[in-house]
Design a protein around this ligand. Structure first.
Ligand code: ZN
Length: 74
C-alpha cells in the first residue's frame, strides 16, 4: 500500500504534467485556462483565445507548452 501512496506523491510533484482543471484561470481575462506555458520557471495560464493570440510570440521561448484546448467542445 505504501508503494501506491508514494507513486501518487511523485505524480503530484510533477507540475509540468499536471492536467489543467476548471480552477485554472487565464491570466489575461479570467476565463477557464486550456493552455499552460512555462517561461523561466514560472507558469502562465491562458484560455484558448489568449493562447492563440500569444502562442506565436511565447511558444518559441517557453520551456513547456501544455495545450488542452482540444478538450474544448464548444
Ligand atoms: Zn483569456
Amino acid at each position: 500500500m505504501s508503494t501506491l501512496e508514494h507513486t501518487a506523491e511523485v505524480a503530484e510533484a510533477a507540475p509540468a504534467d499536471r492536467p489543467l482543471s476548471g480552477l485554472d484561470r487565464c491570466d489575461s481575462c479570467g476565463a477557464q485556462a486550456y493552455v499552460r506555458a512555462t517561461l523561466s520557471g514560472s507558469e502562465l495560464l491562458f484560455c484558448a483565445h489568449h493562447a492563440a493570440k500569444h502562442e506565436a510570440k511565447l511558444r518559441p521561448m517557453a520551456e513547456a507548452w501544455h495545450d488542452e484546448s482540444h478538450k474544448l467542445t464548444a
